[in-house]
Design a protein around this ligand. Sequence first.
Ligand code: DLL
Length: 434
Amino acid sequence: MIYNEDFETLPRPALEALQLKRLQSTLARVYANVPFYKESLDKAGITPDDVKSLEDIQKLPFTYKQDMRDSYPYGLFAVPMEDIVRIHASSGTTGKPTVVGYTRKDIDVWSELMARSFVAAGVHKGDIIHNAYGYGLFTGGLGAHYGAERLGASVIPMSGGNTKKQIMIMQDFGSTVLTCTPSYSLFMAEAAKEEGIEFKHLDLRVGIFGAEPWSESMRTEIEAKLNLCAIDIYGLSEIMGPGVAIECREAKKGLHIWEDHFIPEIINPDTGDLLPPGEQGELVITTITKEGIPLIRYRTRDITRINYETCACGRTHARIDRMSGRSDDMLIIRGVNVFPSQIESILMGIEGVEPHYLLIVDRKDNLDTLEVQVEVDERLFSDEIKHLQALSHTIEKEIKDILGVTCKARLVEPRTIARSEGKAKRVVDHRTKG
Ligand code: DLL
């Protein structure tokens, strides 16, 4: 099923023509209304009229998260405050949050793109959507909520937290779709087990998980534990919120990015040069219909690949790969680059290891150290010490063989690693950065 057949299956030449038209109009708007963009285009010696083809986008300067921080809170807004009907913010790890504003039309477009995303994931009007993304400044809760209402499904506005109650509601209300972070879904699976409730007896069919990196092996684990089809959804508040891209149920191979509203590019993060399709690099997004806070060539820091091949589902919009992580979350351990998701993939492939882990990075005697704390199966934990030692050894060896990183595996008892109701914290880095 396709929600908006006309736009989602638009032949690429028509799609690209639409993108160019929308890009030109966005540039004219930001040049006239946002001093930051007037300055940055003037500095680059470009006027909106110089953009005559989609390739010309490469002439435009990038926008960084720091630019949003520098203009905190409303400096990059392109419309007067009286036209802003909603404000969200993303909490960075340091300093002030990044603030975004939406006009009524922006909310309308966002709702449509979330509705499209739901349908791509196999959700329909008759579904009961249990929405456990947090409601508040975070875009997850309200983004999914408005999309569910636009689709006409029944949405349960749970937000995160109170996990036991979540399970009861899911069971009693007959929820068929679960929306939350992948890590929270596993926490729910665990809580249900403690309550003696089996997911296979619930009505859940589909889970729409995102807001944090997760691996293909984590998907397998979630699908087995929650007895549903797990779909990856991507988004970021700076660009809109959830629903920038989603996997289609038919192929489950890459996330369609809604190209009639966003222009994606993959660049080499060090040089800023465009990379050919299929090569891994940083995702850069230009919004081409947003009114409140349009962004030109926004550096997402998310690492992925792009694929323009036609998809089995009939959608013509490009697909991006499951995110490997953010360039700023990439760990450099004794010179080797590692994403937490790569370690996750290895752990999930090892028998007896549970999907709860924490990476502790430190520096001792000028050498980086990595400790991989991971929970193990209850039965294993009460097993003989030599089995645990063998398991630690396997983990250390696989990580060394596959990623080239030396680590120390520390097996911990079930339920010792903190659970998350939102985005999971996977890394504690004790090294002083910079
Ligand atoms: O996390 C929006 C969202 C809500 C997406 C619900 C999906 C579902 P922010 O809080 O601004 O917005 O965080 C955005 O989260 O740049 C990525 O690094 C990461 N991220 C989001 N979705 C995924 C995903 C929301 N599916 C940042 N896989 C992004 C990996 C993701 N990382």
